[in-house]
Design a protein around this ligand. Structure first.
Ligand code: CTP
Length: 431
């Protein structure tokens, strides 16, 4: 059964009959909330919409009412509403409150207990779980006030999905775009799944039904290739797809960990709930890995480029009469070794991968010693193995105590077994 079909079936099952109060705030991303309503209803959820005054400048109550099939609530002091359905009932009768887009303004109000309109009152007058999907200009998002408001809200148990990086309506580029509707749906499924403890029928999510073996732990995973610029249009890269690292991040999350996924450029959706840090180059990945510490477990699944251009050209290198240009290379820092050899704040478990074409086990064992990590997951990346970019992997787990060879398995299953092993290593060491 394909993952897409699994998710579709799981989603349909998990959201049918769920009551979602959707609060739409004012921002250009409000148009995506219309699609969010459609996606939620497709999955069987009931969506009751509420809008702020400023949201109504971006989408109309009529559009939301038509798509949701429900009355749209906009006013705090509406007598009809207070007799038929008060704001208290509106927020408390929901299984989940979703704020999308969530502006800097609504986050500031909720963080500081301000209730001066319908949306902020609904949020304050409830103990129902809340998911916020922030969307705003990147400078507003990066402002210390906004950052500290969202941090405070998360500490109080409010879930946050996004924002994503990308080109913004204001012409700037960076973090601040609202997550895509399907990513928000995935977060909703995860939150409602956890909350209601529904038995999840699929093998690849069975861990969430057990006690969460990595609850309270922070896991950092590096994943994907790195791109090393030669000039503004060319770069050095490799064939890594990021599938193995993303699968490990998903399984660590399912095991209850807080997960930071530091990803090079790949075409994969981040598992809902991980903290995704997108990078391009090895230097950026190195900086992001150290910035994400402290952690309990560090898994280096990325295929980091060993070298970068010593001096990337600012302009596009043109074909000249003197033949091909000479490319001087400089070695990139070894991220795995730099984390494994930290004198202070070394994660309890530091796990590396070894991509080998020859002498897989011997080369893997040499890397274990050289990089001072606790385990090397060695795999054969000869083109005929199909591992690079493929969906399965056959690995050797190399530790100081020896080598354990696993049969060829789907990458998701390698990830599930690996995370279970890491959890039992932590438990065995009393961590
Ligand atoms: N790694 C890293 N930083 C680098 C290079 C590698 O963190 N600059 C990590 C990878 O994420 C992987 C492990 O080190 O976990 C081994 O990577 P691999 O490419 O197999 O080995 P290299 O150290 O690059 O050695 P070689 O290319 O000589 O095999």
């Amino acid at each position: 059964m394909s993952g897409a079909i699994d998710n579709q079936q799981r989603g349909t099952w998990m959201l049918s009959g769920k009551r979602i109060l959707l609060i739409v705030c004012g921002g250009i991303a409000a148009y995506k909330s219309l699609d969010l309503v459609r996606r939620l209803r497709e999955r069987g959820a009931h969506v009751r919409p509420a809008m702020t005054q400023s949201a109504q400048h971006f989408v109309t109550p009529l559009s939301l009412a038509t798509l949701s099939g429900e009355k749209v609530h906009t006013e705090l002091f509406s007598l009809t509403d207070e007799t038929e359905i008060g704001h208290i009932e509106l927020s408390r009768s929901a299984d989940l409150i979703v704020v999308a887009p969530a502006t800097a303004n609504i986050a500031a109000k909720l963080a500081h207990g301000i209730a001066d309109d319908l949306a902020s009152t609904l949020l304050l007058a409830t103990d129902t779980k809340i998911l916020m999907a922030p969307a705003m200009n990147l400078r507003m998002w990066l402002h210390p006030a906004t950052q500290s408001n969202f941090k405070l809200l998360q500490e109080r148990g409010i879930a946050v999905c996004g924002p994503a990086d990308g080109a913004m309506a204001c012409g700037e580029f960076g973090p601040g775009r609202m997550s895509e509707p399907l990513e928000i749906v995935a977060s909703i499924e995860r939150l409602l799944g956890d909350e209601t403890k529904l038995p999840l029928p699929l093998a690849n999510v069975s861990m969430t039904a057990q006690a969460e073996p990595l609850a309270g732990k922070h896991v950092i995973v590096t994943s994907g290739p790195t791109h090393e610029a030669i000039d503004p249009v060319r770069y050095i890269a490799n064939r890594s797809s990021g599938k193995q690292g993303y699968a490990i991040a998903a399984q660590a999350l399912a095991a209850g960990a807080r997960v930071t996924l530091i990803s090079g450029p790949v075409n994969l959706p981040a598992p809902a709930g991980v903290e995704l840090v997108r990078v391009e180059s090895a230097l950026q990945m190195h900086a992001a890995a150290h910035a994400a510490l402290p952690a309990d477990i560090f898994v280096a699944a990325a295929a980091v480029a060993d070298w970068r251009a010593a001096a990337a050209s600012k302009g596009k290198i043109k074909k000249g009469s003197s033949g091909p240009p000479k490319l001087d290379l400089e070695e990139n820092p070894d991220i795995l070794a730099s984390v494994a050899t930290l004198k202070k704040g070394r994660p309890f478990l530091v796990i590396g991968f070894a991509a080998e074409t020859d002498d897989v086990k011997a080369n893997g064992a040499a890397k274990l010693n050289r990089k001072k990590c606790d385990m090397i997951v060695a795999n054969d990346v000869r083109p005929e193995s199909g591992v690079m970019g493929g969906d399965s992997n056959s690995v050797h787990l190399i530790t100081k105590s020896g080598v354990e060879t696993w049969p060829e398995l789907p990458k998701g299953e390698v990830a599930r077994r690996l995370v279970a092993r890491l959890a039992s290593m932590m438990r065995g060491a009393g961590q």
